[in-house]
Design a protein. Structure first.
Length: 245
């Protein structure tokens, strides 16, 4: 696992957007695994800008998103389909048919199976973008005594519901379940890049970069098993976890 420390979160986002730009230049039909949450938003803004400037052509790119809430439709403002459309897809030249976000309505188990199929279709993702939850969760693979390797329906923890409540009118509106890629799906990607910023992430990032322990209680630590995993954090977060390089 490689750790990159940047001067600022803006630089983190530039570094990651440039990795994606360079990948697509090498492989115009790249398959990207994408993430939601506050963290990737500026990365997506940079990708939109690069697309406008003609630096990236998304016309042959395929994307699969990590997860989706159960019980809200893609038209709901807090659904991850809506998030991806409004923060990225509606502003770049990617055919919508090339983008996949699990369906959060109907038969959740069947929708999880459909996600698994999309993860496998056309082979592993070339690049998987990740954020990290305050408790170390990746996608919606929650800290637990066991983790699941394939796409599945997950019960969200109190910590995750509380953290995501900021996006909803009230905490009770936050869905309590989600469809998520499993840890095996995520680790199958050729390159996995995790971005983190902010002091809320200190305990999770400490577990990820400061020792060699792998624990299901911090799902991000499974990235230590990946040959091509990159963690990108800014100096403020690196200093807060005591990372010296
Ligand atoms: C959600 C998403 C995760 C994301 C996490 C952190 O739970 N399912 O993929 O990493 O939030 O989000 P943020 O970047 O807003 O801190």
């Amino acid at each position: 696992m490689k750790v990159i420390v940047t001067k600022s979160y803006d630089e983190t986002c530039t570094v990651i957007a440039e990795m994606i730009r360079d990948l697509i230049a090498r492989k115009p039909d790249a398959k990207l695994g994408l993430a939601t949450g506050g963290t990737p938003v500026p990365i997506y803004q940079k990708l939109i800008q690069m697309n406008r400037e003609g630096q990236i052509d998304f016309s042959q790119v395929h994307t699969v998103n990590l997860d989706e809430y159960c019980g809200i439709p893609g038209t709901h403002e807090q659904s991850y389909r809506y998030f991806m459309d409004s923060n990225l897809f509606d502003h770049i030249n990617i055919p919508k048919a090339n983008t996949f976000v699990a369906n959060g309505m109907g038969d959740f188990e069947a929708n999880a199976q459909e996600l698994e199929q999309k993860v496998r279709e056309g082979g592993p993702a070339d690049f998987q973008l990740l954020g990290i939850g305050n408790n170390g969760h990746i996608a919606f693979n929650e800290a637990s005594d066991h983790l699941i390797s394939v796409a599945h329906v997950e019960n969200l923890t109190e910590s995750t519901i509380n953290a995501n409540a900021r996006f909803f009118e009230k905490k009770e509106d936050v869905p309590t379940r989600a469809i998520t890629m499993g840890m095996g799906d995520i680790l199958a990607a050729k390159t996995v890049v995790l971005a983190a910023t902010g002091l809320a992430k200190v305990p999770a990032i400490k577990g990820l970069i400061m020792d060699d322990v792998i624990t299901t209680q911090n799902p991000s630590t499974l990235l230590k098993l990946h040959e091509n995993a990159v963690v990108v954090i800014d100096k403020e977060l690196a200093d807060a976890v005591g990372y010296q390089g």
